[in-house]
Design a protein around this ligand. Structure first.
Ligand code: NAD
Length: 284
């Protein structure tokens, strides 16, 4: 393997742990970083369980799974990323926090390294302004859960170079993904279309059109989707959905993106979905 021997992943939550797993299975040495050591422990356990599931379903050989586990390093020290060929950021969906991290990474990682963001909606062009290497900053948007979902959306910022785009595309393909390319407008392709649907489902619930079960069953069976929109929102995280809708509204200016008050209220109440055991549905 000539490129991307060492991959840094920042944020060991739902997305970062899955991306780290993909990178290790694809043969890179991986440094998974989180500021929260508990998140690192949880990620370690969940990656191990996920690899075991792939092995037990014969979708992965035991040898590859074991080698992947051995290639994974868990850290809270950003200096450990200094040898990374690419760093894929998957921290909280907040522009200021991401920019602060990109500015810090820019000073630490080698000059040739690519800085990629798994952001669902935030402008890659603006994230790139926090660095002195805007030509090497790109959006690499995985779907949830990364080891299973087939798509990676690649987003070129205003200054992203062809070399960075081509190398990032090759990496996504090495992970076994199909790539679609989006221009850098809020929400890119997938969330620009998905989030208004989820928001509308909350409006349907909020205004009493139907029960949550009927809204989900209607969309699942009526439009042949594997999950209903409310169930999917719980899976993504209601906090993430709310952040994306705010970015869509701020970036595109259309009132149709204003988050439904019920979605806002659930997030205010801490009912953010499966990851907390309660969202639209109760998982406890
Ligand atoms: P999550 O809440 O599960 O995990 C985020 C992790 O980042 C946490 O473990 C947290 O401790 C860590 N973190 C936060 N700030 C940090 C910092 N400054 N330095 C180091 N670690 C930090 O979130 P998630 O669902 O994995 O989402 C992460 C990113 O991926 C977001 O940008 C989100 O929009 C995007 N995304 C999410 C989904 C989804 O379905 N959840 C899908 C595609 C993309």
């Amino acid at each position: 393997m000539s490129e991307f021997k060492v991959i840094g992943v920042i944020g060991a939550g739902q997305m970062g742990s899955g991306i780290a797993q993909l990178a290790a299975v694809a043969g890179s040495d991986v440094y998974l970083l989180d500021k929260d050591t508990q998140a690192l422990q949880t990620a370690k356990a969940s990656i191990s369980n996920s690899l075991q599931r792939f092995i037990s379903k014969s979708q992965l050989s035991k040898e590859v799974g074991m080698k992947a586990l051995a290639r994974l390093n868990y850290t809270s020290n950003v200096e450990d990323l200094r040898f990374a060929d690419i760093v894929i950021e998957a921290i909280v969906e907040n522009e200021d926090v991401k920019k602060k991290l990109f500015a810090e990474l820019d000073k630490i990682v080698k000059g040739s390294a690519i800085l990629a963001s798994n952001t669902s909606s935030i402008s890659i062009t603006r994230l790139a302004t926090a660095t002195k290497r805007p030509q090497q900053v790109i959006g690499m948007h995985f779907m949830n859960p990364p080891p299973i979902m087939k798509l990676v959306e690649i987003i070129r910022g205003a200054d992203t170079s062809d070399e960075t785009f081509d190398a990032t595309k090759r990496l996504a393909q090495r992970f076994g993904k199909t790539v679609v390319c989006s221009k850098d407008y809020s929400g890119f392709i997938v969330n620009r279309i998905l989030m208004p649907m989820i928001n509308e489902a909350f409006h349907a619930l909020y205004t009493g059109v139907a029960t949550k079960e009927d809204i989900d069953a209607g969309m699942k069976l009526g439009t042949n989707q594997p999950m209903g929109p409310l169930e999917l929102a719980d899976f993504i995280g209601l906090d993430i959905c709310l952040s994306i809708l705010k970015v869509l509204h701020a970036g595109l200016g259309d009132a149709k993106y204003v988050p439904c008050p019920l979605l806002v209220q659930y997030v205010d109440a801490g009912r953010v979905g499966r990851k907390r055991g309660i969202g639209v549905y109760n998982y406890l």
